[in-house]
Design a protein around this ligand. Structure first.
Ligand code: HEC
Ligand code: HEC
Ligand code: HEC
Ligand code: HEC
Ligand code: HEC
Length: 331
């Protein structure tokens, strides 16, 4: 079926060449189960001033579009933090990564667009070069497609996420097949387009919400030093992130660690630590950090020690609790 469709598409392409608009009536309609609208086979995916931007992809990729809308990629130009930090859009050097015209490559940042800037990092920023879409499948789409396997690798994220990419590379997680997509674009089996479902089958498709799985990504542990009297060690381990924890120097992503020593409900000792990429205090992938404290107990007895970790950033309405660890120790 797909083969026939390709031939038909090719024929239409050849006939259609050079014509601006092809009247639908003159195109031979193949005898498919379901009569399909052939007009879209001449779909021009070129993303330019004249087209309707992301809306033009949303028509046929509505599920992916809705996911993208929930992701921060769709907010990259309109988030309060960006407006504030770009000095109300006065810093134009930011646009290349926050509203790119098309994909960048490696260490070369993408080029900035000069239209529909509010759409931020849109479908075409990652997929459209000229009038073809680049993707990992090489599907028989009603628009030009160029198969490009690099979409299954972390390389497609590198041009904008330079620092996070370097951190990931140093972690050797690639040897375990843990690409950026493995964690941030989990796959589902579904129709990748809502257009002409009759002729396409379900495929493995990557979710475009670019989600972050905070659960079970950080581990806490508390110990008493066997050698130094009254010394508590708080151990923090990065067990679920594929790069430094937290990553990202552009925003204000931070992790807050707190240690409380409790006597019944009363807090008798409190310390807080901040981990941030900006300050160079993040924890590398698969690594640990330790903090030491000396607690001199008012009375010799047993106290409850409680450690907690929270993730905080301007993108989150409220802090996310990452982990907790508590235990009684004899002093
Ligand atoms: C064109 C530049 C660009 C490319 C390419 C790009 N990103 Fe991003 N990404 C950004 C920017 C800018 C932000 C921050 C947006 C904001 O917070 O407003 C971001 C945010 C994110 C976030 C945070 C999302 C959230 O909801 O908290 C994740 C995760 C992410 N990107 C993963 C990826 C992955 C994985 C890839 C590769 C498949 C990728 N990005 C490709 C520029 C890019
Ligand atoms: C930040 C970059 C980025 C943005 C923005 C983006 N994509 Fe993708 N897209 C990818 C990557 C990477 C893959 C391959 C992921 C994989 O298979 O692991 C992909 C895969 C796809 C596929 C192939 C099937 C599938 O679901 O895996 C389609 C179709 C697609 N994207 C459509 C869109 C549409 C439509 C938009 C806009 C609403 C969009 N993409 C926005 C990076 C992006
Ligand atoms: C007229 C409907 C239609 C429009 C408009 C459309 N697409 Fe598609 N697209 C499809 C269909 C159908 C497929 C193939 C589905 C399949 O193979 O299951 C597809 C496949 C794709 C793929 C997968 C490429 C591959 O094979 O790896 C990408 C990426 C993609 N589209 C991106 C886009 C982007 C970006 C836009 C907007 C600029 C867009 N599409 C507009 C119908 C459309
Ligand atoms: C093993 C799973 C895993 C892999 C692989 C991974 N990440 Fe992450 N990512 C996480 C977790 C967990 C967090 C939250 C904690 C942190 O910041 O490290 C995160 C956070 C992020 C953020 C911060 C979002 C924000 O709030 O601003 C970005 C951006 C991001 N990842 C991009 C990437 C890119 C790009 C790659 C590939 C080079 C990648 N990640 C690989 C799990 C992963
Ligand atoms: C090399 C590409 C690149 C350039 C250039 C760039 N950014 Fe970003 N920006 C990112 C990425 C990637 C993220 C996601 C988090 C991270 O990695 O720090 C981001 C995140 C942000 C965030 C956090 C978003 C939020 O909603 O919390 C702000 C604010 C921001 N950038 C502002 C700027 C400003 C202002 C400039 C120009 C002075 C700029 N960026 C230039 C890639 C870039």
């Amino acid at each position: 079926m797909n083969k026939i469709y390709t031939i038909v598409l090719l024929a239409i392409f050849l006939i259609g060449c050079g014509r601006k608009q092809t009247p639908i009536g003159k195109i031979p309609v193949p005898n498919f189960k379901k009569k399909i609208d052939l007009l879209p086979s001449l779909v021009n995916v070129r993303y330019n001033k004249g087209t309707s931007g992301v809306e033009s992809c949303a028509k046929c990729h509505n599920e992916i579009y809705e996911e993208w809308q929930q992701s921060l990629h769709s907010q990259s130009m309109i988030s309060e933090a960006f407006i504030r930090e770009s000095n109300d859009y006065k810093f134009t050097e930011c646009i290349g990564c926050h509203a790119p015209s098309g994909p960048g490559e490696g260490l070369t940042r993408p080029k900035a667009r000069d239209f529909k800037l509010h759409e931020g990092i849109t479908c075409s920023s990652c997929h459209v070069v000229g009038n073809r879409t680049l993707g990992p499948i090489g599907s028989n789409a009603p628009h030009g497609v160029k198969k490009d396997k690099s979409y299954l690798t972390s390389k497609v994220c590198q041009s904008c996420h330079q620092q996070t990419y370097t951190e990931w590379k140093e972690s050797n997680l690639q040897d375990e097949g843990l690409t950026c997509q493995a964690c941030h674009m989990p796959t589902v089996n579904r129709y990748i387009s809502n257009h002409s479902r009759g002729i396409y089958s379900k495929k493995m498709s990557a979710k475009h919400t670019f989600e972050i799985e905070y659960k079970d990504s950080l581990k806490l542990n508390l110990k008493m030093s066997p050698l130094i009297k009254n010394q508590i060690s708080l151990e923090v381990e990065n067990i679920g992130s594929g790069h430094d924890y937290p990553t990202g120097t552009y925003g204000d992503n931070s992790v807050y660690l707190e240690l409380k020593v409790l006597d019944k409900d009363e807090i008798v000792f409190f310390r807080e630590e901040k981990l941030s990429a900006r300050e160079g205090t993040s924890i590398k992938a698969k690594s640990k950090k330790r903090f030491f404290y000396t607690f001199r107990p008012p009375k010799k007895k047993s106290y409850l020690l409680r450690a907690r970790a929270f993730y905080s950033s301007s993108n989150l309405k409220e802090d996310v609790k990452l982990a907790e660890f508590e235990r009684y120790f004899e002093f």
